[in-house]
Design a protein around this ligand. Sequence first.
Ligand code: SF4
Length: 266
Amino acid sequence: MNLDTIPSSTVRNPAIHPALTDALRAAVAAKTAAAQDFLAGAAAEFGEALTFANSLGAEDVVLTDMLSSARLPVEIFLLDTGRLPAETYALLAELETRYHTRFKLLFPEAAAVEAYVRAHGINAFYESAALRRACCRVRKLEPLQRALAGKKAWITGLRAAQSPTRDGLAQRETDTAHGLVKLNPLADWSETEVWTYIRLHDVPCNALHERFYPSIGCAPCTRAISLGEDLRAGRWWWEAPESKECGLHDKNLRNKAVADDGSHET
Ligand code: SF4
């Protein structure tokens, strides 16, 4: 990674300002109608047993807007790891104001965070993949288990084109790791289509996107990407592309994490 190739903060990020051509508007309108039908069907099928894991990424603000504009009674939850960027908290507050709602926030267990930091250090995730996964397990996976408890299905903003680890993603999957149905309404959307929706509907988004952060997680584990890099290249950039999941959406890594410490995170 050559830091000199990261665009300057004064350069407008073209990826998030697509030219809103008639063809693109029509394509996004058709996909929007299909996604809203999909969400309405999911809400009818699962009722209160459906929840939406909102990470406040570009795809997730699109889904938030779709659910809110259709007044679908779907619970929206967020995992606050305690290490999120200030820009993400600002967006959270902005979305709550816009949609007149309070999202359900889940925090890590304080004792587990304290034990991890005491044993390994505040930034131990840089030291090894095992310690990185252990941090994600404490700050994300355990709260996710609580969020999904008692649910039958969950909605995510995953897209197939986001990374090699998400290739072949379907709109509806069986999430064997959690014993749930996993719904990915935007599985076949492109990045350009996501941003077209955001611009057409004036949806609030994370200020870091303008600074070349297409995928935003915890502050110490996210950086800007260079032009032409994979969209998730800025997440855990010190690790191999094939391992770039936090465990929320990759059962192979979950199994690896279980093997690492003998615990059962899912
Ligand atoms: S993304 Fe980084 S800081 Fe956040 S939980 Fe995972 S390892 Fe920890």
